[in-house]
Design a protein around this ligand. Sequence first.
Ligand code: URP
Ligand code: ZN
Ligand code: ZN
Length: 473
Amino acid sequence: MATTLITGGTVVSSTGRGPADILVDGERIVALLYPGTTALGANLAETVDTVIDASGKYVVPGGIDAHTHMSMPFGGTTASDDFETGTRAAAWGGTTMIIDFAVQKFGERVQDSLQTWHKMASGQCAVDYSFHQIVGDVNDESLAALRRLPDEGITSYKLFMAYPGVFYSDDAQILRAMQIGANTGLLTMMHAENGPAIDVLVAQLLAEGKTDPYYHGIARAWQLEEEATHRAIMLADLTGAPLYVVHVSAKQAVAQLAAARDRGRNVFGETCPQYLYLSLEDNLGAAGFEGAKWVCSTPLRSRQEEHQDQVWQALRTNDLQMVSTDHCPFCMKGQKDMGIGDFSKIPNGIGTIEHRMDLMYQGVVDGRITLERWVEITSTTPARMFGLYGRKGVLAPGADADIVVYDPNGHTSIGLGKTHHMNMDHSAWEGYEIDGHVDTVLSRGKVVVADGEYRGRKGDGQFVRRDPCQYLI
Ligand code: URP
Ligand code: ZN
Ligand code: ZN
């Protein structure tokens, strides 16, 4: 087994930072060596196979993006990154594990959809992966299959309060699924928007000739996110199911989560970089059809209403626990352009997988979060939330050697033809400048990114079975 020593860096965890070397043997970390300790031999650097000089750099656990949609079928098309291209872009950006969503469509068996996702991912991935299960058709059979998911190493599932006629579950279906969540240890993930009400507003706006991408944000009003978030919390309260609300964007939805947490409930929330940096006015409201690049759900919120600042604040105070991307890219040509003249036909989703670590690091530079909080919200909490901690999300003996050397003196210019390895014909982050840079990435002990080169291969990444949520109160 090859050995690697990462020397001279500042190791950062969710609880602190300090100088330490890291010794890797094969796929695992075997030791952290603190200054003045020579127990493993003073000349270690001469005996290992590879030495990585991390002087002046941070050494952090590899990012875990717990919300991605590779090859997701949506709105008559399919997300443009597959497991090969999407996970390679993840590696470039310092993300060494993804949790994607297996999609049970209406009329399909849960088990079959999971097998489909296994087939799509197997042998294709650059970094490790797991799945959550989307249940798009809650019925006796799918609920029975839900109960068996932990045997497959799947410990979380997602329901939708949005998208009637596609993935939507009504309150009765949600209640039944949550009852299973309460007694199996499955974490219920919720897309919390009131879909039937949104559909009424969409039809009214279109009838008034309001067809531009901007109106996607108007139809998906914050009241409908707040209401659905509240309803999901109440159903979770009633059933005792732990609840994780995905892609939270409205400050009022954050307040609902915070209030439930203040009552001691196992209620959690994720946000995404797009809700921290982008807005209804600046992006969805861009001239012509450009705004389609930023059509996603929940939608980008108004800058005037100051949702972005409140979401940053919630990340600081742990009212929101982590940041995923909801990576669901579509090209403008041939995909997003299906919605010219009708914003409701624009496939929903933004591509961010490559930039999450950088965009959140910029939050450190800008004084929004601490360095330790950066590690926590991008790696350690995702690991704990989704039953991976110990193996992932931490730099400690016995953990997988998923390691990122991050250069705080480096610079990253985001955009097409620059740092872009996602399978998209545009970047939702074109022109963003980051005061830091992903320098070197190890995935289970193998250097996959170094010196500006990708050195991994498809198939490096393996399916990882997960334990139940390790974040419960
Ligand atoms: O716009 C989004 N979020 N697309 C992906 C599907 C989902 O709801 O997560
Ligand atoms: Zn969703
Ligand atoms: Zn999603």
